[in-house]
Design a protein. Sequence first.
Length: 493
Amino acid sequence: MFGKILIANRGEIAVRVAQTCRAMGIATVAVYSEADRDALHPREADEAVRLVPADAARSYLDVDALVAAARRTGADAVHPGYGFLSQSADFAEAVERAGLTFIGPPPAVHRAMGDKRAARRLMAAAGVPVVPGYDGEDQSDGALLAAARSIGWPVILKPSRGGGGKGMHVVGRPEDFAPALAASRREARSAFGDDRMILERYLERPRHVEVQVLADAHGGLVHLFERECSIQRRHQKVIEETPSPGLTPERREALLGAGLAAARAAAYVNAGTVEFLLAPDGAFYFLEVNTRLQVEHPVTEATTGLDLVRLQIEIAAGGELPFGQEDVKARGHALECRLYAEDPDQDDRPAPGRILHFVAPAGPGVRLDCGVTVGSEVTVHYDPLLAKLVTWGRDREEAVERMGAALRRTVVLGVTTNLSRLQAVVGHSAFRAGDLHTGFIEEHLAGQKAPACPPPEAVAAAVAALRHTPAAASAAEAVPLDPWETLSRWRLV
């Protein structure tokens, strides 16, 4: 087993990895940028290395700096978390060249699955259903337009590399194709350095369902069931759950089998996720393979009782999977809500600022994976994910009820968040009925305004008064949900 692991990431996932390493008796090294000098994740590690620049390109995306930090601190392995360099074949190779272990799939898997065109072809050859589309070598405007006409409108343009919804555009008419293609190429070049595109038939009201897989280097391969990730904004997930309420037992068995077939075709090792689109008629189609730990992995942990980070580390250390497929059992239902510092009323733009007051929920079946605390600065440099709230229940109804209560007990002051949107989704009758699809937010919550956020000066004054109110200070066992409700006669004038 490794003696020391460098965590090449930040925020809640860096905290999460450090927690498992601590439980395993493995020392950890955090890295932090100038913007993260007061962040939570360096405090959770045994050591911390400062990466001076604030911008991601010269800190968390600097391969040479990260490898140098690992070697300087005596780390023998690197965990990439998710995002940043977690799916970079070049980073995995650089780690291996330095004589260290990359905790994730080998570079060849990253490279093969990072090219969506090559991945589509590989999956089709392995018998995994793919969305009808075009992944050809001719990338001229005319060839792509002809392919779109052949596929049938609407189509979706997708960069061959990358993910996170960047560069994706839905086109419903021939006259809109050229400007959408130009925009997709421009965004793909900027985000991924590659403007090659694939086209796929755009499925109306699909569900987004994924299969969690684990594979060791000795031929062991299992699935850990599926997750539903249909609640999205701008093609990015917001709420996830397991099991999917949209699958029959027969369809679930077929989907899980396809996930295993995809992992075999990719010669997969370590933790990964095979993503599918589920059409209203029950047909499902391969979307992509995420060659890393997923943001939403806690819901799988909640229902299976497994620690996916521990399993990642044990597999990377050369171990075999400690169980077979028949040993993996799922119990109950779990939900995850992603809490972002972003403004739903401003096209979900990031909302930087300092967190002045933070109340986290607690209770039976409630888990919070958090990367911030009171005083944390949310900057413009990185993804504005603050925390992930997870609830478990004996069934979906109980998990949803617990999530609704947990969201009501969550308070974040100082930055604008998507908390009100999460509350609206979880409380919506269609969500509670399990009637989900990737356009759920646009269909049901379009035009809904979030409650106005008080000015920062007002929030600061209220929090300061709260901290100096004797009644509140003495009632440690009764943590206030909202400082505005605990100030007695004090009022902002």
